[in-house]
Design a protein around this ligand. Structure first.
Ligand SMILES: NC(=O)c1ccc[n+]([C@@H]2O[C@H](COP(=O)([O-])OP(=O)(O)OC[C@H]3O[C@@H](n4cnc5c(N)ncnc54)[C@H](OP(=O)(O)O)[C@@H]3O)[C@@H](O)[C@H]2O)c1
Length: 319
């Protein structure tokens, strides 16, 4: 990728897309193309095709998606499978048709089986049943990475896929109905502190363990992969399974209870935390094995405590 290569970041207003834009700009890439959802609906094939015909981007970061937490994934199952399949089908097919040199597709750790051994290696894909609550989303993401792999093998494309762990950072979604656990905790504890509430009630038992990566680290990893890793590097490593995807994780996990205590401390809420065990916990543990990416030369820099502190400062500025 040259500094003046034409680069399309799909979903540039989102948590990941906005961080990728910042990481690219910081490295001197200055020929970036962006379109808001209102300007270009990536679920619409004709609009996406017309965009690729006009712009013919050389590199594509596919960070546009319908994304949400457990509640939204379970409640809006049809929207999650239909919109994600449409967005990725339209972009990947048009990237192939318009000779995009390289594409990075963003998936998620929920592509792996719910009872996968920990830490989760790339090769555990499709080895067992998925978690039912987010199955439609996971199926769409698996289809996306397999579509990249299929286009590479049949048409000699260079489409790779990143499977990040749970992400958090600036521009996150803090809406309590649709947000992920970490921004939801920040919003809940902040509200409780502002209202001088005695307690905060959280979903589930607090026992599940999760891994969190700051979106700035994630964006750096995406740019690193686009600059340094090709499909041929991945098949070299594994001749039998032609994995197109690479895990991007922080390297260690934390229980939701420990996370809640950390966020409580950073926000400065002094009341009680109540865990509502009648609400679902989801998968017990999700820790990615990121050794493949580490061996290919990338590691995260921002600790969880530093990261939450940064996000809370950002959140306060927005208020
Ligand atoms: N956040 C995480 O913890 C996490 C973890 C692992 C993987 N990922 C992956 O990273 C990628 C980006 O996630 P994110 O957290 O950055 O999501 P996000 O903050 O919701 O951003 C997604 C972006 O895509 C845009 N978009 C959605 N539908 C679109 C459409 N039909 N046409 C054009 N644009 C559309 C959204 O625009 P509007 O808001 O205007 O609709 C938004 O700007 C996803 O593939 C996700 O699977 C995220």
């Amino acid at each position: 990728m040259d500094k003046n290569s034409k680069i399309f970041v799909a979903g540039h207003k989102g948590l990941v897309g906005s961080a990728i834009i910042n990481a690219l700009k910081a490295k001197g890439y200055d020929n970036l193309i962006v379109k808001t959802h209102a300007e270009l609906d990536l679920c619409d094939f004709a609009q996406t095709q017309a965009f690729f015909e006009k712009e013919a981007p050389e590199y594509v970061f596919l960070a546009a998606a319908k994304v949400g937490g457990i509640y939204a994934n379970n409640r809006y199952r049809a929207d999650f499978i239909y919109q994600n399949l449409s967005i990725q089908n339209n972009i990947i097919y048009n990237a192939y048709q318009h000779q995009t040199k390289k594409l990075l597709f963003l998936g998620s750790s929920c592509i792996y089986p719910k009872n996968a051994p920990q830490p989760i290696k790339e090769s555990y894909l499709l080895s067992n049943e998925l978690e039912y609550t987010n199955e439609p989303y996971a199926i769409a993401k698996i289809a996306g990475l397999k579509m990249c792999e299929a286009f590479n093998l049949q048409y000699d494309c260079n489409f790779i896929a990143a499977m990040p762990t749970n992400l958090y950072g600036e521009n996150d979604n803090f809406d309590l109905e649709t947000s992920h656990v970490l921004p939801a905790l920040i919003a809940k504890f902040h509200q409780a502190k502002t209202n001088s509430a005695n307690s905060v009630t959280l979903w589930g038992t607090g026992a599940p363990r999760r891994e969190f990566l700051h979106s700035l680290d994630m964006a750096e990893a995406c740019v690193y992969m686009m600059e340094n890793i090709d499909f041929k590097d991945l098949i070299k490593e594994s001749q039998e399974v032609k994995n197109t995807h690479i895990n991007i994780g922080y390297g260690s996990d934390i229980s939701i209870k420990e996370l809640a205590l950390l966020v409580q401390k950073i926000v400065g809420f002094e009341g009680e935390i109540i865990f509502d065990a009648s609400k679902p916990d989801g998968t017990y543990q999700k820790l990615l094995d990121s050794s493949k990416l580490n061996q290919l030369g990338w590691r995260p820099k921002i600790t969880l405590e530093q990261g939450i502190q940064k996000v809370y400062e950002w959140y306060l500025k927005q208020k």
